[in-house]
Structure formats: C-alpha cells, structure tokens
Design a protein around this ligand. Sequence first.
Ligand code: SAM
Length: 245
Amino acid sequence: MDPGPQPELDWKDGRIPVARAFDDPYFSLAGGLEECRHVFLAGNDLPQRLCDGFHIAELGFGTGLNLLTLALEWARTGRPGCLRFTSFEAFPMAAADMARALAAFPAAAAIAAPLLAARAQGATEIALPGVDLRLILGDARETLGQWDGVADAWFLDGFSPAKNPQMWGEALMAEVARHTAPGGSFATYTAAGHVRRALAATGFQVERAPGFAGKRHMTKGRLVGAPGQAPVIAGPSLQASASSS
Ligand SMILES: C[S@@+](CC[C@H](N)C(=O)[O-])C[C@H]1O[C@@H](n2cnc3c(N)ncnc32)[C@H](O)[C@@H]1O
C-alpha cells in the first residue's frame, strides 16, 4: 500500500513539529504529554476504564505521542493484558522526524524505541509492550468508513478545525459514532461549536470540560444511544459558543 505523502515540517524551538500545510503544531507548546493526559486520557475517563482488549481509536497519529502516553499509563496500572490502538493518518511522519519530536519526552523513550524501529521499516501493525497498534494510512474521510472495527474510546486529534476542517466534518463525526461501542466515549481539545453539534447529532452526549493550559474548554462525550439518534446535549447550550479551535 502507498504510505502516503510525508508532511513538510517546521520545528518550533527546534523540537516541536509544526505541519507547514496546516500551520499547526502536533501537540501543545505547553507540554504534549500533559496535554494528552488531560484531554485524551482524563477526557475518556482513562486509565480507570482500561482493561485487556480495550480498544482506543484515534484520528491523527502524528508523532505517536498519544499512543506512547497511553502505553505509559497502562503500564502504570499494572493490569494484565493488552490494549488495542487503531490510528488513522493521511500524512505519516518519517521515523526520523518522529524520533526528533519524541526526544523531548525521555519518560517515553523505552516504549518509543520499538515503535520507531518498526515505523522505520514501514510497519503498520506493531505489537508494543501492552498495546497492539494498527495504523490505517490514508485520508480518514475515506478509510474510517471502510473500517470494520469499533472503539471503546476515541482520541479526536486532527489539527484545529479552523485549519483542518476536513478532519471535523459532519460525515466524519457520524462515522466516528458508527464506529463506537455502546457506552463508548470520545475526547478532543477543541471546543468548536460546530464540532460539538456534529457529535451531538450522532447520538453522543456531549459535554464541555476545562481545557488544557489556558484553553477555556475542551469537549468530551459518551455514546448514549444508537449512532444516528436524535441529539442529547448536556451542559451549556452548544449554540452558545462561536469558538473555532
Ligand atoms: C495534531 S496532529 C496529531 C498528533 C498526534 N496524535 C500525536 O500524538 O502526535 C494531527 C494529525 O492529523 C493528520 N491528518 C490531517 N488531516 C488528515 C486526514 N484528512 N486524514 C487523516 N489524518 C489527517 C495529520 O497528518 C496529523 O498527523
């Protein structure tokens, strides 16, 4: 399979990759690991819900930092078994660029090493300690609809909706819901009103939560009905915010 075009990168402070095409960094300048713990782990009530076979899916694999942060948390729980992690990525980063970005996170170095070695070989199905990764290359708007899996929790991590609207459209959010197990969840750093409304329209009970590092809000939700059901909206009105990031 064609691995797809590699992203052109600029490096903020020499260490944080910024995708030139989207003019957006891959993770928070205020701390990628902490951002992942706050937004994606706590936002999905992880690690409490994690157990053998629990399946996390992600839109936007990028540097792999979210996967590695999850693997560290899973190891910390000491629970037996293995997680599943499926990530959708259109512009796979070169292993050398991943290594450069991940060098800022020495706590993740041991788990990053086998990931980087496998990605350098072009592998997309990679067994890491405690986590089985499947990387699905291509535009998520095409690949997610063809996926036959369901996730217990989603990390929605495209670049910001203002800069990468194709990762946040109604059709793609409906596919996220269609590929979520009953009672499953999502979390994302964005509080953009149109994203929250799109997710609510698919059957997710959508909530705003405090954002990471000075961002007022992020968004999280649980699938309370069958995908495609009428919206269930919790908390402040989703119409209220015009925020777009
Ligand atoms: C914010 S970064 C993800 C950061 C990543 N989760 C990490 O841990 O480093 C957004 C990712 O979405 C990918 N992306 C952008 N548009 C996409 C699309 N239409 N389909 C799939 N991936 C896309 C980008 O290439 C980038 O890797």
